[in-house]
Design a protein around this ligand. Structure first.
Ligand code: HPA
Length: 246
């Protein structure tokens, strides 16, 4: 059976419904990963769970050791990664608490350790990143959503910003012109690193708020948490439905 990992973002520090079998604390040539790797049974299938921001949630998006996280998952034999992350909604359909399975990325982040291919351990390699996410995994997630009666957006472009601050209204206007539908801070380099190590990777974006300038009023952490809470109930159903397809 294909070995599956779920990376949980803000609002998903623990996977409820996971019966824990073991916890692995790993060290890597790239330093420490975000948290222990929790192996458990979820809907009767073995899954490895990682809290991207640590448990408790203390690691800011630009401080996450993406290379250590992805290297560790490869080391544990993971072949498929479902990456759950909170995002801001830019375009009309991306309303708070809605879910999107993006198919494209624009990377606006900077100064992150974004590749494995830079030292003597790996020869210089230019991966094909035309389609950044695994089409096979995305299709399975879209089918799983339909089976569970969860309304999702089956495509969308994810714009990755540096954070930890939220964006300005002008930045979001520019991102919309560029073709972004949602904005988050953790989608890159995570997706590229998984592809560098040959793992199937797909993102599940949970819309936590309207992006800057898309509503009047301030974007508050309380609002983000409230929408994430609503969206996460659907995420759990979606993941269960995905696993029952396997
Ligand atoms: N911008 C960037 N990242 C986010 C947002 C946002 O508005 N909401 C949740 N993660």
């Amino acid at each position: 059976m294909t070995k599956l990992a779920i990376i949980g973002g803000t609002g998903l520090t623990q996977l409820s419904g996971l019966t824990i079998i073991k916890r692995d604390k790993l060290t890597t040539p790239y330093g420490s990963p975000s948290a222990e790797f929790v192996t458990g049974e979820f809907n009767q299938k073995e899954v490895i769970f990682l809290a991207r921001h640590g448990n408790p949630h203390t690691i800011a998006p630009h401080k996450i050791n993406y290379r250590a996280n992805i290297w560790s998952l490869k080391h544990l034999g993971v072949e498929q990664i479902i990456a759950v992350a909170a995002v801001g909604g830019i375009t009309e359909e991306m309303t708070p608490a809605h879910i999107a399975i993006p198919d494209q990325i624009i990377d606006y982040s900077h100064d992150r350790k974004h590749t494995f291919f830079e030292d003597e351990n790996y020869p210089v390699t230019h991966i094909d990143f035309t389609y950044p996410y695994s089409q096979k995994l995305r299709s399975a997630l879209i089918t799983a959503a339909a089976n569970a009666n969860i309304s999702i957006s089956p495509i969308g472009t994810y714009g990755c910003t540096q954070g930890p601050r939220l964006e300005t209204a002008a930045e979001i206007k520019r991102m919309e012109k560029d073709g972004c539908n949602v904005v988050g801070m953790t989608g890159m380099p995570e997706a590229a690193l998984a592809k560098e190590l040959g793992m199937d990777y797909a993102a599940v974006s949970v819309i936590a708020n309207w992006a800057a300038g898309k509503t009047t009023g301030e974007i508050t952490m309380a609002e983000i948490e409230q929408h994430l809470h609503a969206g996460m109930a659907n995420i759990e159903q979606l993941l269960k439905s995905f696993i029952s397809l396997a």
